[in-house]
Design a protein around this ligand. Sequence first.
Ligand code: FES
Ligand code: FE2
Length: 343
Amino acid sequence: MVIPRRDTTVSEAARVDRPAPESLGYDLVDRPASPPVPNGWYAAIDTASLPAGAVEPFVAVERELVAFRDGHGDAHVLDAHCPHMGAHLGGGSVSDDTLQCPYHGWRFGGDGTCVEIPYSTTRIPSRACVTSYPVHERDGLVLFWFHATGTPPTYEVPTFDEAHDPDWTGPTVFRREFVASLQDMAENNIDYTHFFFVHGRNALDESTSRFHTDGPFSTVVETFEDEGLTFTRFTYGPGVALLRIPDLATVLTTTTPIDRRHVRLLWHFYFPPGVGDTPEVADAIVEGVVGDHGLGADQPIWRDKVFRERPLLVRGDGPIVEFRRWYEQFYEGSRPADAGAGS
Ligand code: FES
Ligand SMILES: [Fe+2]
């Protein structure tokens, strides 16, 4: 199974491998700052990669973090550095329901509070705690909630049927890290024109496509009539989305900002009967989505581009203004109110 596409060499020049501009160390004046990290649920790690007693350090939302699973099977996400003398808790170990620092053995509960200083009779100082992030584990993922002001979760990520249907196969796990700003990636999904120039697909008839919003959720439906393909993407805040390609695959996609210019993808592909039991078909679908004509074609664009607060939009650019209005809600508390989406 190969997802049909228009043959093109239009974007070959953009695919030339070269370092991200900022990594060259030049002091440039024409590269405005990327948007801050939006508030929302993000993937910390696969459930399968965090067995009982495991401790896994990771970097996300411009911070060093650590995930661990306690003796009751509950997953937790904490800031990585110990309040005592700053050791990295990623080198620690799980003891009962606590994470024990590798340096002097202070023990922290899943809520980040220090519950024991094993060598001291001093009362535990009230400031002896690390920031703890709300965790929500479902459908094979450990999600954590980030908010610039520490506000508790304002929405939930729904589950989906394919993950629990015994007739479906999955997940096939896909991971990748690269240079991109999170919002640039997100806008790609409603940037109809780029499908032609970047992905070599036939031009998308805007009248066959839709963009809906519902609070922190949005839905994009894109129909490529010539190819008989419809992509429906349900987006749950800035970090999690579900992509359905009827009869081919459902993909749980998470995109986690490492910092303002780097992202980490953790995607789970699920395949329906007739697809999942034919590995070469399933492989071709994954390749179509993430290979040179899919995600791989977008990456050089995201790596090199700057984020325009006020892009020069023209008719045919798709619902980018509507998308930005929707996306602005996730920046609450993370940037001045007057630094809006622009249009
Ligand atoms: S630095 Fe963590 S216990 Fe001392
Ligand atoms: Fe794209």
